[in-house]
Design a protein around this ligand. Sequence first.
Ligand SMILES: Nc1ncnc2c1ncn2[C@@H]1O[C@H](COP(=O)(O)OP(=O)(O)O[C@H]2O[C@H](CO)[C@@H](O)[C@H](O)[C@H]2O)[C@@H](O)[C@H]1O
Length: 473
Amino acid sequence: MNVMHLSAECYPVAKVGGLGDVVGALPKYLCEAGLNASVVLPYYDRKFVRENTFDLEFKSSIKIGTKIFDYSILKESSRKLGFDLYLIHIPGLLDRQEIYCYPDEIEQFISFQLCFLDWIVKAEIKPDIIHCHDHHTGLIPFLVSHSSSFKSLASIPTVCTIHNGQYQGWFGWDKVGYLPGIDLSKAGLLDWANCINSLAASVKCCWKFTTVSPSYLEELSYNSNGLEKLFQMEKNKGIGIINGIDTQVWDPENDPMIVKNYSALTADTGKKENKKLLCKEFGLTTNKPLVVFIGRLVGEKGADLLPEVISSCLERYKGKLNFLILGSGDPATEKNLKELSSKHKKHYGVYIGYDEELSHRIYAGADFLMMPSRVEPCGLNQLYAIRYGTIPVVHKTGGLKDTVIDLKNKNGYGLTFDDLTIDGLTNAIGRALDVYADSGRMTEIRKKMMSLDFSWDRSAKEYIDLYKSLITN
Ligand SMILES: Nc1ncnc2c1ncn2[C@@H]1O[C@H](COP(=O)(O)OP(=O)(O)O[C@H]2O[C@H](CO)[C@@H](O)[C@H](O)[C@H]2O)[C@@H](O)[C@H]1O
């Protein structure tokens, strides 16, 4: 079965967050299960692209609006990612360093989608499934069904995965001319609240959509940044499939990015070594519990709560713990987090920026990982923490609810809380300190967590069942 994944991110080529992790891993596991899965990505001017070899697969040109663009399809030569990787190169439009946030982002992602479709039509490639990820690829289900330019693709099932429903790829109707050959009587399928909404169009037109956890599928019906009604209407087309993690990349026993490798049996000593160096690097005290946060510093992740929570905990628990933050995002939150450094020396460290290697070292060296997310479609950080024997402290929402069982239960291994306030998280961290005080219990919880299986094997099977159901129907 030939499944082509389209995405804006794919680890290790281009990653900003969890979308990159999923698209870098799921296709590999699908290939291991015997499918022919590939990934199509915009060409970015990034390290992986510069340092690897690509073969020219196809070359053509396409009209987008009034302009004609030359494009080429490049294929990574050695198949080193465990699947075929194709990059769409449009000089001047898609060969930039950053993944998002250019003023012509809409034009970038529309042209990415159009070139993909143009390529597979002209090269007569007929995938069994086209699998689109998030709004950046959300126009494809509409285009294959309702554009005369791509009518040879109309019978190909499309699957759309929603990793984050907050961002929807909105643009004005003045840009409808970018979409070639469309049946204007069907234009309503592109519309939501009087603008073109790529995510809404993908949900309306795809054969099936998936969310990255079952709870998130429920949540979208009452919290989806304006699309609630749509998700209520289309709910039966949706399936919640929990993300897995790439256990080859995230493996404390073999991870080359961490200082000391360890297994479930050697976690206490292994984590201690990693913690020691991490604490030294950030001027923290090794013999105190280390509570960390890794992620995008945005409202969805509850990052704005962190400065006050840190101050409140250090005051209430009289400096009995350390905090370490790794992230970037909202400038006001970045500033507040940076300013805390001078106030809480020896108890608080922060790195504002993106650093993949540091994130591995933090998962390995931390005792607790906090996730005060307001919205969390799945969440991978808690799964990495579990794999590295770091106890997650999470707000009970979305995928966090589906993956973290509170220690109050017999089979529990994490700390969950309902009350997403400064006080709620401060109390949850207080519970973490109680757990930390009992070293025997810490050892037992680490062992239990590290024996859990959150690998892609199980979830990849669910995607395969979904693909099969669409092909045979
Ligand atoms: N500053 C930094 N430096 C280094 N690494 C950093 C970093 N900031 C974040 N990361 C890394 O980025 C990833 C974040 O993944 P998440 O799934 O938690 O969130 P994200 O919101 O990006 O993903 C969305 O898509 C994923 C995938 O479906 C869903 O799990 C999630 O709920 C949804 O919001 C992790 O690998 C984390 O370690």
